[in-house]
Design a protein around this ligand. Structure first.
Ligand code: PGA
Length: 257
């Protein structure tokens, strides 16, 4: 059985002070049920890079993992404005979101660059969360699966066998991100099933069955239960609703039927 992962992507939001307050209220809410929650799920938050030290401190002793929203593929060097895997690891970061649609569409990251980052994260034993998803235009043209599976195969190509089981995938239809229009559980499950199938072709059944595939795009406390109850939806990558302790804590308690 795959464990659920509920991940919060804070994007470019919050100051250090606000981040500490949010983590404190989140902990005072979910730490109470930590043992029960730990039975079948993991929780992760991904703050902006500059807040990672403060959040790392605020998370001391908590069962909430720390993620980054992006990183460079080199360990060090003349890359003004970038952060590397060893820097992130120094603050206890265990996961890194890569290829988020905002990185692809606002910052023009392509599959090749994203793939280099995935390989670098895996080499450093940071769990990469590869985001894939089609735009509204591609969706309307009936090209969702083609786009998603191309991004998936390119993003994960060249992984050493020992790293293949250590990646995660997030299906985030671009038209659902920050729009309040989430994919229906049936729509998402259809794409997640195709992703699983493609992972089987790429890595074999056992590894494909162990990889967690998250759904992202307007996940809220109201729609998370029906999404994570689908057989191939192994959790959620939550943007807007992860910025409020009460809504994120409710999403963390998603009911899986
Ligand atoms: P959203 O963002 O939940 O605000 O739609 C999700 C994401 O971009 O990861």
């Amino acid at each position: 059985m795959r464990r659920i992962l509920i991940a919060g992507n804070w994007k470019m939001n919050l100051t250090a002070l606000e981040a500490r307050v949010l983590v404190a209220s989140l902990r005072s809410d979910i730490d109470r049920d930590a043992a029960a929650l730990a039975r079948d799920r993991d929780v992760l938050i991904a703050p902006p890079a500059v807040l990672i030290p403060a959040v790392s401190q605020a998370l001391a002793g908590a069962s909430i993992a720390l993620g980054a929203q992006n990183m460079h593929f080199e360990d060090q060097g003349a890359f003004t404005g970038e952060v590397s895997a060893p820097m992130l690891k120094g603050f206890g970061v265990t996961h890194v979101i890569l290829g988020h649609s905002e990185r692809r569409h606002v910052f023009h990251e392509n599959d090749d660059l994203i793939n280099r980052k995935i390989l670098a994260a895996a080499r450093h034993r940071l769990t990469p969360i590869l985001c894939v998803g089609e735009t509204q235009h591609e969706h309307d043209a009936g090209r969702a699966l083609e786009v998603v599976l191309t991004q998936l195969q390119a993003g994960l190509s060249g992984l050493y066998p020992q790293h293949r089981g250590e990646v995660m995938v997030a299906y985030e239809p671009v038209w659902a991100i920050g729009t309040g229009r989430n994919a229906t559980p049936e729509q998402a499950e259809h794409v997640h099933g195709a992703i699983r199938e493609s992972l089987r072709d790429q890595f074999g059944q056992e590894i494909a069955d162990s990889i967690r595939i998250l759904y992202g795009g307007s996940v809220t406390a109201d729609n998370v239960d029906s999404l994570v109850s689908k057989p191939n939806i192994d959790g959620a990558l939550v943007g807007g609703a992860s910025l409020k302790a009460d809504s994120f804590a409710r999403i963390v308690r998603a009911r899986v039927d």
